[in-house]
Structures are given as C-alpha cells and as structure tokens.
Write a protein that binds this ligand. Structure first.
Ligand code: SF4
Ligand code: SF4
Length: 448
C-alpha cells in the first residue's frame, strides 16, 4: 500500500532545451488564460459564459442551452484527443501543459525568488521557527496567495463581464457567488500548487492511473538507457557505463523519483532529468541521451531511432484519429450550417377551433422565436400543409440581437379543406437577409 510522503520536494533548478519549451508553455498558457477575459470582439467580451442570460459568447459565436450538443461533442473531442495524444506522446501533456504542472512551476519560481535555490529552501524548511523565517515564508506565501487570487478572479471573469467585475472587486462590492468562486478557485490553486504539488499527480490524478491502458510499446516515454549507463560508477573505472551516479537526475525531478529504476507512474514526463543528464554527458564529452525520449520498442531496438520518429500507423492511433476526425467534422459542419435563429410553436389548447366572419376555420398558435446571433433578424413566417391555408397576421417579424420574442399567430383554412380531427401543417420561418435560411416547424390544425 502506498503512503503519502509529508516531506516537501525542492527540485533543483535545471536548464536545457526541454526546460525552455516548458517555460515557454507555462508563459503561453497563462497569457491565454489570464488575458482572454479582457479581449474584446465585436464590441463585447470575446469569451463570456453569460449564465444569467443563458448565453455563451465565444469570439462572435453565441451558444444557447439548446446547443448542448456542441458541448457534448467538445467533451468527446477532448476525450478522444487525450486518448490519441497519450497513445502517441505518453505524458507530454502532464509534463508541459497540465494546469497542475503549470501552477506548480509558477509557485516554485516564486519560492526560488523569495527563498533561494533548492538547498536554501531545504535549509529554511529544517531551520527552527524564528522571526526571520516567518517573515520570509509570509512574503513567499503572500505572493503565492496573490497569484492564486488572480487566477480565481480570472475564472470569475469568464462568467461575469471582466471590466465590471474589476470595478466591483475594487469597491468590495462583489456578489456572493462571484466571491465564492474567486475564493474557491484561488484556494484550490494555492492548496494544489503550493502544498500538494506532486501528490496530486501521484495520488489524486485519475489520468495517471488509467493512461497505462492507452500506452503501447510505441508510445513516447522518458527512459534511462540501462545498456549504455550500467554499471554506473566513476568514469575512472573502464568497465563503468556512462552513468556516473551523480544523482542530479533525481535532484531535478519534481516528483522525487529515480528514472533509472524504470518507467514509473509517478513520472509526469517533464524531461527535467533529460536536460540535467545531457549537461552531465556534455561535461563528460559523452553523447547526450543517456536519459531520453524513446519508446519501449526503440529501447529494445525493435525500431531503432529517437522517440520522436516513432511508429505512427498503429491500430489504436488510427481508430482514435478516425473517431476524432469524424466527430470533429460532423460538429464543425453542423455548426457552420446552424440557423441564426430558433423557433418553437405551441398550439393554443384553450381555444380548439373558431369560425371567422368569412366562415373559415381558425386556430391560434404561440410562436417563440430566439435570435442566436448578434444581428437583428428580419423574418417572414408562412404556413403550408392544407389547401388554401393562410396566416391572418402579416407574418413579418423583426427580432433584435440575442432576444427571445413570442408572437401570437392565427391560421385560417377554408372549412371544406379541414374536416373533423387534426391535420398536419408546417410553419416556415424564412430569413430575409439573403442567406437562404429557412426553418420548418411542424404543428397540427384542428378541423371542425
Ligand atoms: S544525471 Fe545522468 S549520469 Fe547523473 S545519475 Fe542521472 S543518469 Fe546518471
Ligand atoms: S523522472 Fe524525469 S521526466 Fe519523470 S517526472 Fe522525474 S524529472 Fe520529470
């Protein structure tokens, strides 16, 4: 049974090509997350999940609760994308872009800035409590809390207009739900990235547990080359392998494991050990790559070469890709052909059928029109399905942007064409903007 270690890991700072990519991704993902609520598009916040008005605005496109199908498709695409990505690239997501990795990295930057390098942080941790220690820890945790609050505020700004939220936050006039979500997300970020760190990856994250099922012998992994490295020891020994047992690959590991013991589920694939070992190899004037990206097949020489030139055309990769492309294609096609308005028709059940002054039979309906777009919609309503059927009203509707409007309609039919019982009819709602959009809504006409 595994136990949770309470000793805090202070990874040693490393540098190298993979560290550069990781730092760039931390900056990029945070730039996108923190700045997106401030971006304007067509005069409104570019991304706003307006829960109060049941509308989601994403770069000019509007989504209503009825568009739930797109959310379902998005979730399926994300799940399949993750399966595909894991089969190809193993834990590349965990090591470079997972929010837990990104926020932990930022918190470690703050610790390094305020408390010093990994050795200084370890010394401070072991030192008895003093005023100086308390002051330094207060500064460090104060900055981490501030950053956490910023992430919490940003989350709320995706659901409540950012400018207005900032003004109300400055006047301490936030609503209870906004305050709750800001503090909840900030607390969550602080707890996970400051205190729990690698324990989230090793003990809490379900992805780490089930990804074994998505791995195969061609999946990209980070591995120590035992054949080249062993027996480890000082280079003066001619029999020794290339590993000089310096332990730096363990010191830089954010989860505190020794990759030389083989692939372990605690390995988040961050490649810090690759960068560290490559530097050691350069000093020894030995080739880089004692620890490297590879695959089980490449390690066993079944497919020689580097991990990035792996075997792509595998059954699981092809199945995930086909499913992903199908769902993506169908969703994009359906979204592009989506009508800019929606219609619901209800027959007035209180009044069954009336006879007008001309002797025509008349039924009443209530039509609910919803404008999905940011433009005013000019719509022409007509009806068909029975000989001589017509609308008593003009049928012209002007629907303001993002509005819902309910109109009453009277449908008239000559009595000789609407015998006893219910007859199928159809309302046609045509856009007059030249787009050719026509919606058809079925209903019933009750004869005498
Ligand atoms: S950094 Fe390289 S040489 Fe040093 S212990 Fe790790 S694998 Fe061996
Ligand atoms: S073993 Fe290497 S790649 Fe895995 S988590 Fe540790 S440093 Fe990162």
């Amino acid at each position: 049974m595994s136990t949770v270690s309470t000793i805090k890991i202070h990874p040693r700072l490393t540098s190298g090509r993979f560290n550069t990519v990781r730092v760039a991704l931390v900056i990029l993902t945070q730039l996108v997350y923190l700045s997106l609520p401030w971006l304007r598009w067509d005069g409104r916040q570019a991304v706003l999940f307006d829960v109060d008005n049941h509308r989601f605005h994403v770069f000019g496109a509007q989504f209503l609760p009825q568009d739930f199908v797109y959310l379902a498709a998005l979730l399926m695409v994300c799940a399949l994308g993750l399966f595909l990505w894991t089969a190809l690239a193993g834990r590349l997501w965990c090591g470079y872009a997972c929010p837990q990795t990104v926020y932990t990295e930022i918190m470690i930057w703050i610790e390094r800035l305020t408390l010093g390098d990994h050795k200084a942080r370890r010394r401070l941790q072991q030192a008895p409590l003093s005023a100086a220690k308390a002051a330094r820890l207060a500064l460090s945790h104060g900055l981490m809390l501030l950053f956490s609050l910023w992430t919490g505020f940003t989350l709320a700004a995706y659901f409540s207009p950012a400018n207005d939220l900032a003004i109300r936050a400055a006047h301490l006039a936030l609503g209870p739900w906004e305050s709750f979500w800001i503090l909840f997300y900030a607390g969550f970020t602080y707890l996970l990235a400051t205190h729990l760190r690698e324990k989230v990856c090793t003990h809490m994250c379900p992805y780490a547990r089930f990804q074994g099922a998505m791995f195969d012998a061609d999946t990209l992994i980070i591995s120590y080359d035992t054949k080249r490295g062993e027996p480890r020891g000082k280079q003066v020994d001619k029999q020794a392998g290339h590993c000089i047992d310096c332990g730096i690959c363990v010191q830089v590991c954010p989860t505190g494991i020794d990759i030389r013991n083989g692939l372990q589920y605690e390995c988040i694939g961050c490649a810090a050990c690759i960068d560290a070992c490559d530097q050691v190899m350069e000093q020894l004037q030995a080739p880089r790559g004692l620890i490297r990206y590879t695959s089980e097949n490449q390690l066993n020489s079944a497919r020689p070469g580097s991990g990035f030139g792996q075997h792509w055309l595998r059954p699981r990769v092809l199945v995930y890709s086909a499913l992903l492309l199908t769902i993506l294609g169908l969703s994009i096609g359906s979204f592009l052909n989506r009508s800019p308005y929606r219609v619901d028709v209800l027959r007035d059940r209180a009044a069954l059928v009336r006879e007008n002054a001309e002797g025509w039979l008349e039924n009443s309906y209530s039509m609910r029109l919803m404008n999905n777009s940011d433009r005013t919609q000019q719509l022409q309503v007509s009806v068909e399905g029975l000989p001589g059927i017509r609308l008593a009203n003009a049928g012209l509707v002007q629907l303001p942007p993002s509005q819902v409007q309910t109109i009453g309609l009277s449908v008239q039919v000559p009595p000789e064409h609407a015998g006893k019982g219910a007859h199928d009819i159809r309302f046609l709602i045509r856009a007059l903007d030249g787009s050719g959009h026509v919606l058809s809504e079925s209903s019933r006409f009750i004869g005498e």
